[in-house]
Ligand binder design. Structure first.
Ligand SMILES: [Zn+2]
Length: 285
């Protein structure tokens, strides 16, 4: 599933290729892609709209048009492919955009069909799920004090569960949470109230640095994720723990482990990331 770096990489690719262009035609081989209106209404509204700013909130891409906001979530396998000429839709193409004054084609491709498009009028975005998210680690307001405030608000939540919840921190998934916790050397099952100031600072720095590095490497391509020209990201070659069970820890050489935390496969070093002491009857979640 694309996480924040992959979505950001796609946002930048879209900005490069479609910002400033006017949409000429849209076809929707899979009309169910549009979630908040029927496909015909979507097509009528979006044609002849000029593409302005492209933003990202968590894992949502927001395309600002003259009159509307197009909110895109890629979910499991959604991605965009940009072509300099006319290209017919393939078996997994769910939407095709063309632009005025050129033959360029933008395809939205999605094997699993979980991706979503929503079109909002400017001013009605308070109902958009993209605007109900927690702190975005790449926004300027992701400072340490705001991060620490969020941690303090949920003292009895376990760290990995907290980080995966998009209402706390927007954009992190299983891969980057495991990597950030290993980098900060903190066990995923720690209760938030047990974190020291130094650990919180280490985690804050780790999250930001990790995401920035991943974006520089074009994101992580494990399965279907591709950039706009079909290119794979290469950050998977720089991961330290994710899916590396039994390989030596990059910090200490101890074999890495896989545990299950809140139902999610979790990779870590049990020497660097010391497990919390469990009180009798406590629930590991
Ligand atoms: Zn280690």
């Amino acid at each position: 599933m694309p996480e924040l770096p992959e979505v950001e990489h796609i946002r930048r690719g879209l900005r490069e290729h479609i910002a400033g262009k006017t949409i000429a035609r849209v076809s929707l081989p899979f009309p169910g892609l549009v979630k908040n209106m029927d496909a015909a209404a979507f097509i009528e509204k979006i044609c002849e709209q000029k593409v302005g700013v492209l933003r990202r909130r968590g894992k949502y891409i927001l395309v600002y048009l003259d009159q509307y906001l197009l909110e895109i979530h890629l979910r499991m396998t959604g991605t965009f492919l940009f072509y300099p000429g006319v290209v017919e839709p393939g078996p997994h193409t769910r939407a095709v955009f063309t632009f005025q004054g050129s033959d360029e084609t933008l395809h939205f491709q999605d094997i699993r069909k979980f991706g979503t498009f929503r079109l909002w009028e400017h001013g009605e975005t308070e109902v958009s799920p993209a605007f109900c998210l927690g702190l975005d680690p790449l926004e300027d307001d992701f400072c340490f004090s705001r991060f620490a405030e969020r941690l303090q608000a949920k003292p009895h939540t376990r760290l990995k569960s907290f980080l995966l919840d998009q209402k706390n921190i927007a954009g992190l998934g299983n891969i980057y949470v495991d990597e950030a916790l290993h980098r900060a050397r903190i066990h995923p099952s720690r209760l938030l109230k047990t974190l020291s100031e130094l650990e919180k600072r280490a985690l804050h720095v780790s999250i930001v640095a990790l995401l920035q590095e991943s974006i520089q490497w074009g994101g992580t391509s494990f399965s279907d994720y591709r950039g706009l020209q079909g290119q794979r990201g290469v950050f998977q070659e720089h991961l330290k723990v994710y899916q590396k069970e039994k390989e030596p820890c990059s910090h200490c050489g101890h074999p890495l482990a896989r545990i299950v935390h809140a139902g999610r496969g979790t990779y870590l070093c049990l020497r660097c990331q010391e497990p919390p002491l469990l009180s009798p009857g406590s629930i590991q979640s």
